[in-house]
Design a protein around this ligand. Sequence first.
Ligand SMILES: [Zn+2]
Length: 171
Amino acid sequence: MRYEYCPKCGKKLIQKQAGDDGLVPYCEDCEKYWFDSFGSCVIIMVTRKNNDGTEVLLLRQKYMSDEYMNFVSGYITVGENAEESAYREVLEETGIKLDSLEYSGTWFFELQELLMHGFIGYTSQSEFTLSSEVDGAQWVPLEKLEDYMYPDSPGNAQFGTYQVYLQRYGR
Ligand SMILES: [Zn+2]
C-alpha cells in the first residue's frame, strides 16, 4: 500500500527525497517518512513421517478456494518473529504442536500485497483439532500433494515451499 495521508495525524503527505530510496511520502507535521507497507504472513508445510513415507497436512478453507487445499497460514502479529508466528498458527488452526521448523524462503504475493515467509514444519502428532476458520483437513502423501494444490504461479509460497522441500529431501 502506498500512503497518501499520514496514518498518524491524517495530513496529506508530500513527496520528499529519502536518500537512495528516491521520493517517499512524507508527513511535514510528524516529520516522518511513510514507506509503502504490506502485510507479513507465515505459511507452513506441516509434515509427518509414517511407515510409508512423508505426509503433509492440507486444509480445506472454503473462503480461500473450493477446489484447492492449503498449507496452514496466517498473519504475523506485531511483536512476534516469523518463527513464533509459525508455531502459533499451526497450533491455533490445527492443534498440532510442531517439534521443529525450518525456513524455506520468502515470496511476495502481489495480488494481496503480502510478504509470505515459508516454513517446513515437523511433527510426530497425527491427530488434529481444527479451528472454526478451517472447514476440513487431511494428511496427504507427499507424492500426491500436487493433485490438491493450486498450481505453481508467481508469488505462490505454498508451491514454492513444496519445491524447496523436494530440492532438499527429494520424495
Ligand atoms: Zn502526520
